[in-house]
Each structure stands twice: as structure tokens, then as C-alpha cells.
Write a protein that binds this ligand. Structure first.
Ligand SMILES: [Zn+2]
Ligand SMILES: [Zn+2]
Length: 131
């Protein structure tokens, strides 16, 4: 009963190793990452469903100062962009937002999901000019 340990090479069951990986092909679908992101409004705390077209809250028209024009230095400001005025141009409503932290002004197009009554509430306010 003195067998050498080197004879213990029992790796002969390689033929059945793929029985448990039947659904390996379905993982390819999970690699498709959507850029649309849902977020919670920093002002009214309502959940906002991102649709890729808007980054502001449709209920109160606030947004975060993170997505701005290319080349703008305040890209990572993170302040709250609050609506300060609204208007209409070529039958499209727009909202002027101003960052409460750095004062950055932005004219924001509205989308169909935005609360029309809230937009109209900002009509007639003086539109601040960029300095
Ligand atoms: Zn909101
Ligand atoms: Zn800012």
C-alpha cells in the first residue's frame, strides 16, 4: 500500500464541464449600457426619469449645474440651477436657469413632460443678462 503520490492525476472528467453553462450567451445583452440616468430632483425631491433629452426636473424645472456648454469652466460646480424666468420663442417654451452657487445662466429648452403651469409661472420675470 505504498503508492507514489504522483499517480493521482484524475483529471479525466473534462468532457462534462460545460453542462452548467447553458445560458452563457445571454450575458452579452447585459453589456449594453444605457446613458440615460434617473435621478432624484435636488429641489423637490421627486424621482425624475431620465430620457436622454432633458436633465432638469419636469415638476419644478430645477437641475444640477453639471451639464453645461463645452468649454465652460464651471463644469463640476454641482450647484442647483433654479428657474428665474421663462419665455416663448418660435412656439417653444424656454426656461432661464441660474446656478445658485456660481451664478451661471443657462437658457433651457423645455420638453413635453415639463409642467406647463410651472413654466407659465415664470413668464414675465426679468431675464437676467449674462455678465
Ligand atoms: Zn424638482
Ligand atoms: Zn454653478
Amino acid at each position: 500500500m505504498t503508492e507514489p503520490e504522483s499517480t493521482n492525476t484524475g483529471n479525466t472528467n473534462t468532457g462534462n464541464s460545460d453542462t452548467g453553462s447553458r445560458d452563457a450567451g445571454s450575458t452579452d445583452a447585459a453589456r449594453f449600457t444605457r446613458r440615460v440616468e434617473d435621478f432624484r430632483c435636488a429641489h423637490c425631491d421627486r424621482p425624475v426619469r431620465g430620457n436622454g433629452y432633458t436633465n432638469h426636473c419636469p415638476y419644478c424645472l430645477h437641475s444640477k449645474h453639471v451639464d453645461i456648454n463645452p468649454g465652460d469652466r464651471a463644469a463640476n460646480c454641482g450647484g442647483l440651477m433654479a428657474p428665474v424666468a421663462a419665455g416663448i420663442e418660435r412656439d417653444k417654451y424656454f426656461v432661464v436657469q441660474q446656478c445658485e452657487r456660481c451664478g451661471h445662466l443657462r437658457r433651457n429648452k423645455t420638453v413635453a413632460a415639463d409642467d406647463r403651469a410651472v413654466i407659465l409661472g415664470y413668464f414675465g420675470r426679468p431675464i437676467p443678462s449674462r455678465r
